[in-house]
Write a protein of this length. Structure first.
Length: 370
């Protein structure tokens, strides 16, 4: 591997195996203050209806808690060594043809939620100045929420410089440049230089998985639509019920839900569990008073199926509810098992339009210069 040229290429043999890697933290106890991190592999040679069944999942290891791994590379090292050997090939026996052959397997995908993927890629994450693993868009510091917000149009923020991103032509990361930046951070001569470069690039160092030539960063990293429609959206949705929301400083008083309305929505959500079979999904909790026990599955189901009914007539301005329904339609389309090219185009244009409309609703948030 490395600079060595091998006499074969990916899937040049029909017996080659494609693998996908997934990891995420889970709370083994009722209160999710402590987490453990399993690392699992999926065999994509199996049919879709079989590859994600429990009996076919390859459990690599479980990284113990109580916190997320500080250095993911150290835990991935044994796995990467085996994947390098599998890429070269190992001797296996075909029981059908009764002959020996070289079995090769390649890791092609790394997927899970945004923080977990950022951890495996050694990126600073979604709250960084450069938060996106796919493109080089920059965030603006928000003194209200104490985090970065990434707008397409910086001109609507008085403290920001003039900048506007075209959602159809974002400055995408390129694998070679991504690895070059990671090496620059890793080889920084001083701690101060390392911190400065890490902030500049949004990368904390070289990722061990980059030694696998079957992976291309960031193209080989995926985020599931369940995660996108769940935990990513839920904090914003739940903050709508807080009259002193600090996600964005919006001059208009029409965006947040009244506290009484949000409490009614939370109670109605908890009551749904009495009429929905448990085999369909996890029982939803009261979002207004028990948000600590909300899982990704609950968030996704609530957003796409419960919220359109529960939030109807709750906003003081109907345009916010209509805007929310547009997002729900896009998320439901993402959950389809098969998508036509027309549906893919619809999703692309739909999300572009949704984000542009969202920024038009935000009335001069208070941001500081960075």
């Amino acid at each position: 591997m490395g600079n060595e040229r091998l006499p074969f290429w990916f899937f040049s043999d029909p017996q080659n195996i494609a693998l996908g890697l997934s990891t995420n933290g889970f709370g083994p106890f009722k209160h999710c203050t402590k987490t453990a991190w399993p690392i699992i592999l999926f065999n994509y040679n199996l049919p879709p209806e079989e590859r994600f069944q429990k009996d076919n999942i390859i459990s690599v290891c479980i990284i113990p808690g109580p916190k997320k791994p500080g250095d993911c590379n150290s835990f991935l090292w044994p796995l990467v060594q085996e994947l390098l050997q599998l890429a070269i090939g190992i001797t296996a026996f075909d029981t059908l043809s009764k002959i020996s052959f070289h079995l090769r397997a390649y890791l092609f995908f790394v997927f899970r939620d945004i923080p977990a993927v950022a951890m495996t890629m050694r990126m600073k994450g979604h709250n960084a100045k450069l938060p996106c693993r796919m493109c080089e868009i920059q965030g603006i510091w928000n003194d209200i929420s104490k985090t970065h917000y990434v707008p397409l149009n910086w001109n609507i923020f008085p403290s920001a410089s003039s900048c506007q991103y075209d959602p159809s032509a974002l400055p995408l990361h390129i694998h070679e440049m991504f690895i070059q930046q990671a090496k620059a951070v890793q080889n920084a001569p001083t701690a101060a230089a390392l911190d400065w470069l890490a902030t500049k690039y949004g990368i904390k160092g070289i990722l061990l998985l980059s030694s696998l030539t079957s992976l291309s960063f960031p193209a080989s990293t995926l985020t599931t639509s369940c995660i996108l429609s769940g935990p990513t959206l839920f904090p914003t949705s739940s903050s709508c019920g807080q009259e002193n929301s600090k996600i964005l400083s919006i001059k208009s008083e029409d965006y947040p839900l009244l506290k009484s309305a949000w409490e009614a929505v939370g109670a109605a959500t908890a009551a749904v569990g009495d009429t929905v079979p448990a085999s369909f999904r996890a029982r939803p909790s009261n979002l207004a008073s028990d948000g600590s026990h909300v899982t990704a599955e609950m968030c996704s189901i609530w957003t796409m199926f419960f919220a359109p009914t529960l939030l109807c007539h709750q906003f003081q301005k109907p345009r916010f509810y209509k805007h929310f329904l547009c997002l729900v339609c896009l998320l439901k389309l993402c959950m389809e098992f098969e998508l036509t090219q027309e549906q893919i185009d619809e999703l692309e244009e739909g999300f572009k339009s949704w984000v542009k409309d969202y920024e038009q609703y935000v009335e001069s948030p208070v941001f500081s210069s960075y």
